[in-house]
Design a protein around this ligand. Structure first.
Ligand SMILES: NC(=O)N[C@H](N)C(=O)O
Length: 275
């Protein structure tokens, strides 16, 4: 498996400023080279760590998630990584080696490692190696549902999960699912979508679920609302609810992205006009 790893820095002064960056009512595109030193920030409680915030709720409670790419230098990390007791999270490692403690267990994470953390999980994360490590961190306020507990934490790897081919696509479009879709304790899915060259989403999927799409590998052309946008490894797309979406994989290799999606809960009701 190979995953794009942002390196920061700054584009050279000779670079053109035209790029594919977009911010519209329905979606945003953050091209890979936008993850420069200028747009990095730091977090309280984290040592020798910087991050790029790719997504966050923008208009009150209308959006559901936040997403970061986090870079941890040797000796860095956190003993108190998550300040919000309601936050659930997925961590997906793209570079280097990290040591996770989860309750009393220690896990060595490597590129492809995937961690689900329910709200209130007891965890720490450190880089005890001599090289920089990087991971994606997707966070959401967990929505409790009557009669259901929060799902348990787990650690797995992209390499160990068999992708499920979409029907009638001859295997050119598949999804690596890290949780059972029948497990309604989960209110978010973070999957990896893979297209072989020539694979496509051949219709404008339009649905209430929001998305964060981080391109891990390859390139493609993506329909976002009314616009076709070329995207490549390291680019991030933020899609609001209902944003129509389709794509063609560009080849010559696979086109893969990490996909966030909110699922399995009632739509919040608007404010009552009665009384
Ligand atoms: N843009 C996407 O990859 N969307 C997925 N098919 C999905 O919504 O599950």
């Amino acid at each position: 498996m190979s995953y794009y790893v942002p390196r920061g820095g700054l584009p050279p002064q000779t670079a053109l400023t035209t790029d594919r960056a977009r911010f519209t009512e329905a979606y945003a595109v953050i091209p890979a080279r936008t993850l420069s030193d200028i747009t990095a920030s730091f977090l309280p409680g984290w040592d020798r760590t910087r991050l790029w915030v790719l997504a966050r709720p923008l208009s009150g409670f209308a959006e559901t998630f936040s997403q970061y790419v986090v870079e941890v230098a040797p000796g860095g990390g956190s003993d108190e990584p998550e300040p919000d007791p309601d936050a659930e999270a997925v961590l997906f490692v793209v570079d280097g080696a990290l040591t996770l403690t989860l309750d009393d267990d220690e896990h060595r994470l490597e590129p492809g490692s995937y961690v689900f953390l329910p709200p209130g999980a007891t965890w720490t994360l450190h880089n005890r190696s001599i090289a920089t490590a990087a991971f994606h961190w997707i966070r959401k306020a967990y929505e409790w549902a009557p009669g259901l507990d929060a799902p348990p934490a787990f650690v797995t790897r992209d390499q160990d999960v068999v992708p499920i081919a979409m029907p009638d696509t001859a295997g050119t479009w598949s999804t690596t699912r890290f949780v059972d879709i029948a497990d309604l304790r989960h209110d978010m899915h973070v999957n990896i979508v893979t297209f072989e060259p020539g694979g496509s989403i051949p219709f404008p999927e339009t649905h209430v679920m929001e998305h964060g799409l981080y391109v891990l590998e390859g390139k493609g052309v993506y329909l976002l609302n009314q616009d076709w946008v070329e995207v490549e490894a390291g680019d991030f797309m933020w899609l609001r609810a209902f944003c129509p979406q389709a794509c063609y994989a560009g080849g010559p290799g696979r086109f893969r992205y990490l996909l966030y999606k909110d699922v399995n809960r009632h739509a919040r009701l608007g404010q009552s006009r009665l009384g």
